[in-house]
Write a new protein. Structure first.
Lengths: 465, 144
């Protein structure tokens, strides 16, 4: 309670203890002994710090105390530790927990001297021993209890602020590490991808040539075959011997199987090469140095529509796409990059739904809306959802749940980089296993600011769930 | 044109080997150079109609080679075969190398590579009709 700061400014000696801007105090006296209560109240009323509008309430039970505390914010609680319906230090701790702005002064009997100091560690600001205090020491005790409470609250607030700042720094640092990681992987990936094109190039080319070689060799083999047939019809001992040898070799080396299998071998290997080629393509997209750096004003609804055309092959017939596209202002962005984000998320949704092998069709909902400074796009699916233990990893480069050869693990990290680093937007994910997943993309209408202090931009709740 | 000839330049010998194999049935003579310097040597001694070069090569890169080729043999049709496809590379190749076509690695031999090289030879023909006034009967395409 901030108000406690301004009162009781003057020292206990000389005039009022309250400052000029003082306000009334509210004090709750809790003691089961009515004489004690009255005595305390009287002492307070005669006190030099007394003001006409002070509120002094007396109760005799814990129940009564809790009812009063719940109704009105008290500055000070004078609490006897022995009540018929509540006892001891737990009460101090409870009040301190529930009403952290109330200063607590514990009143102990002469017999339990140990309880007084312990009470302080449970959250009391001061203690008084029955029979050992007078009006002056009570006033002083109240004054110091209020001071301590004030300091305690300030310290608490400062600590909370520090903790918050620390958390923000940690988040900013994590984002920076993520961005740096992406950037360096991007550079590496681009270099690797381009270098891979040459060996993949000549392997693929050789492969094509090998196939034409093979066709020629097969032709020659057929001719030999025919020669064998002719020779078999005109047996001539030395030739016959050679023919048997050929037949034997043919069986032993499974030549017939080889000839039949060779086409499969080519098809499968070519598929492998095709896969390598597309991985290189992905890596290049990831680094995006192949793409134009031009920004323009773009209606992302157009982006959704064209992305749906591109993704048609992936979405096919077993999925229903429901679009609810609001009227949007054009935003300043890289259309190609933004479309890549849509594509990545759409394809992921489609693949997740397909992985369920479900009976009916899956659903993908795409919604866009204008939120003033931001345009927002939600892409939601009713697929299997993402388990919470991997939800924090989905934006990491090379993280994938797809089987080997099916995903590069770069789609979402690329999307993250595009939205957060390149456009200073936000990308959020909500997911529940068995229910589905929702990605929310928020893009600033004005586009990214030219000079960026990424930390201060407070860009994104990266892993918010 | 008589004896149509294409020169391929790449610092990767295996790549040249794969082209040598892949193009052996093509209706033109194939020459191969392992570097820009070697390419210029070959050009001194041979009548070449089309040059296909890699971009990234040690010592003399593709762009330097293309500039020299353009300066010394302006009639030659210039092409690039490269795995580097970022806009800047493409723009420099087109604007400074004055290239006719840009083929990306990895390439498709039958669908893409062979037709492009043949087109480049045809382009040479249309660009240099005067040199086409060969003695009657000397065939150009039929020999190719």
């Amino acid at each position: 309670m901030e108000q406690t700061n301004t009162q009781l400014c003057r020292g206990s000696s000389g005039g009022s203890m309250r400052g000029q801007e003082s306000r009334s105090l509210s004090i709750l006296i809790v003691d089961d002994d009515p004489t004690c209560r009255t005595l305390l109240k009287k002492m307070l009323e005669k006190s030099r710090m007394r003001r006409a509008d002070d509120r002094i309430i007396c109760v005799g039970t814990k129940q009564g105390m809790l009812e009063h505390l719940a109704q009105y914010p008290f500055d000070v609680l004078l609490l006897d530790l022995h009540l018929p319906d509540g006892d001891g230090l737990e009460m101090v701790a409870q009040v301190n927990r529930q009403y952290p702005a109330t200063a607590i002064i514990v009143i102990t009997g002469e017999n339990d001297k140990t309880a007084d100091l312990t009470a302080m560690s449970y959250g009391a600001q001061d203690y008084l021993t029955k029979g050992e205090f007078n009006q002056a020491s009570l006033t002083k005790s109240i004054y110091f209890a209020l001071e301590r409470k004030k300091n305690q609250i300030q310290t608490q607030k400062a600590l909370e602020e520090l903790a918050r700042a620390h958390k923000q720094l940690q988040k900013a640092q994590a984002q920076m590490v993520q961005s740096e990681k992406m950037a360096s992987i991007g550079h590496l990936a681009a270099g690797v991808a381009h270098e891979m094109n040459t060996p993949v190039g000549f392997v693929a080319s050789n492969f094509e040539t090998l196939q034409t070689y093979l066709t020629k060799l097969k032709g020659l083999l057929t001719l030999y075959e025919q020669l064998c047939e002719v020779l078999e019809k005109n047996p001539y001992p030395p030739v016959l011997e050679k023919l048997l040898e050929i037949r034997h070799y043919r069986q032993e080396k499974k030549i017939d199987f080889i000839l039949a299998d060779i086409q499969d071998l080519f098809t499968e290997s070519q598929e492998g090469l095709q896969r390598v080629t597309s991985i290189i393509q992905n890596l290049r997209d990831f680094s995006r140095i192949d793409q134009s750096t031009e920004m323009c004003d773009y209606d992302i609804n157009d982006g959704i529509r064209s992305t749906l055309v591109v993704a048609r092959n992936e979405i096919k017939y077993d999925m229903e796409v429901v679009t609810e596209l609001g009227t949007l202002p054009k935003i300043h962005c890289h259309p190609g990059q933004i479309n890549q984000v849509f594509l990545n998320i759409l394809v992921n949704a489609a693949q997740a739904i397909r992985s369920q092998n479900r009976q009916g069709p899956g659903h993908i909902y795409i919604r866009t809306r204008d939120e003033g400074d931001f345009v927002v796009c939600e892409i939601e699916d009713d697929g299997p959802g993402i388990p919470s233990e991997i939800l924090s990893k989905i934006f990491d480069p090379f993280f994938t749940t797809k089987p080997a050869g099916k995903g590069t693990g770069l789609g979402l990290s690329v999307s993250y980089d595009i939205v957060v680093s390149k456009h200073q937007g936000q990308i959020l994910v909500d997911s529940e296993v068995g229910k589905g997943t929702k990605f929310t993309i928020k893009l600033p209408r004005e586009g990214p600011k030219e000079t960026t202090d990424r930390i201060s931009q407070e860009q994104s709740e990266h892993y918010s769930v | 044109m008589e004896n149509p000839t294409v020169l391929f330049v790449d610092d990767e010998v295996r790549l040249l080997q794969s082209l040598r194999r892949g193009l052996m049935d093509e209706p033109y003579r194939c020459l191969f150079a392992n570097s820009g310097a070697e390419a210029l040597e070959i050009l001194k001694k041979n009548k070449v109609h089309v040059v296909v070069t890699d971009m990234r090569m040690p010592e003399m890169n593709g762009l330097e080679l293309l500039r020299k080729v353009r300066e010394l043999y302006p009639d030659i049709v210039r092409m690039v075969l490269s795995g580097y496809t970022q806009i800047t590379t493409l723009l420099t190749a087109i604007n400074e190398g004055h290239i006719y076509k840009f083929i990306t690695k990895p390439w498709k031999l039958e669908e893409e590579f062979k037709p492009m090289v043949r087109e480049a030879l045809k382009y040479y023909d249309t660009k240099n009709p005067s040199k086409e006034s060969a003695p009657a009967g000397a065939s150009t395409h039929s020999s190719s």
